[in-house]
Design a protein around this ligand. Structure first.
Ligand SMILES: [Zn+2]
Length: 340
């Protein structure tokens, strides 16, 4: 595993105006994960997260025009065609899936799972998440029944505007594909190549390595294992949830869903305590077994930084495909483990 995780250390020297222009060396570390292809620059000198909370006035003002609030949904959201859902919208418990009014894929659903217009990250209970994911799975099953060519799916979340969300009202996005997304395909290809070359499963190897190292390993819930990612895709790190031994959606039973929801709820509470109020989440699902690839979710905290609302995406990511990371993955790991 170590051969796939590369670290290159360097420094930048300047004359520091805060100490009479004495020479100061600032350490830098560039990490490359040769498996995922992710490159990140870890800046260890900036690891305090500023206090920031969503704007209560904006949340309150947005209620009157929110299409996802109870009473508005029937009037201002679309319905599925009968080939997918004769009843129009797919209900499970307190969750409902409806078509995305702005689809970016042939099969693109939106899952609403809260009657409340806004919830902070510490208020998403495992039961709410249960209904949300089960409703999403029902939608995936309906699409699969109507289109035998679909092969993969994902359940995604842009939570709040710093993470690309368009509305405050909590909603997941379910995408079902004939072709996997670029990154999903890359991970499957790499998993297969690793298996062919080594005769071993990459994900089992990664888990064993991280458990032994105890720097980025977080915790387990049943068969779901949570890790902080070595070379993350976000400025504040990235959490990987591995569904160990599960290679397709049908392999995830009730106990495994419950374990994932408990673990996810814990991660969200940890982010909240750390002043990380926004996130992207992607759960990658194969609809038929792909022996080398394990089902997995990736949860990336996001933030617009005060005082000016500075984006956490910058030229390094857009122009160079490298991520500036100000919260080292090991520190994120420690914070989550300690916040139990
Ligand atoms: Zn609302």
């Amino acid at each position: 595993m170590e051969a796939l995780f590369q670290k290159r250390k360097s420094e930048s020297v300047l004359l520091d105006f805060t100490s009479e222009f004495k020479e100061k060396s600032i350490p830098l570390e560039v990490r490359t994960d040769l498996f995922t292809g992710c490159v990140s620059r870890i800046l260890k000198f900036r690891n305090k997260l500023p206090e920031s909370r969503p704007d209560n006035d904006a949340i309150e003002k947005s209620k009157s025009t929110c299409p996802f609030c109870p009473g508005h949904r029937d009037l201002f959201t679309p319905k599925f065609p009968p080939s997918i859902a004769p009843e129009g919208r797919i209900q499970f418990g307190n969750a409902v899936v409806l078509p995305n009014a702005f689809p970016y894929s042939r099969y693109c659903g939106v899952t609403l799972f809260s009657d409340e217009h806004f919830l902070s990250l510490d208020r998403f209970t495992p039961q709410m998440l249960h209904d949300a994911f089960q409703a999403g799975v029902m939608y995936i099953d309906r699409v699969k029944a109507s289109d035998p060519e679909v092969k993969t799916a994902s359940i995604n979340w842009n939570y709040l505007m710093s993470a690309g969300g368009g509305l405050y009202h909590p909603h997941l996005q379910v995408v079902v594909n004939r072709q996997p997304s670029h990154f999903h395909q890359h991970l499957m290809d790499q998993s297969r190549a690793y298996g062919l070359e080594s005769g071993k499963n990459y994900w089992q190897g990664l888990l064993a390595y991280e458990k032994k190292l105890q720097e980025r390993y977080l915790f387990s819930e049943g068969k779901i294992e949570f890790l902080s990612v070595f070379s993350p895709k976000g400025m504040f790190g990235e959490v990987l949830a591995l569904f160990t031994g599960m290679t397709s959606l049908t392999a995830i039973g009730d106990a495994e869903w419950a374990a994932f929801q408990n673990g996810l709820s814990r991660i969200l509470r940890s982010f909240h305590r750390m002043n990380l109020n926004s996130l992207n989440m992607t759960l990658l699902l194969n609809l038929s077994p792909c022996e080398d690839f394990e089902i997995q979710a990736r949860i990336t905290p996001r933030m617009s930084m005060p005082p000016w609302g500075t984006s956490d995406v910058n030229y390094f990511e857009k122009g160079h495909n490298e991520i500036i990371v100000v919260l080292p993955p090991e520190t994120l790991g420690e914070e989550i483990r300690n916040s139990g």
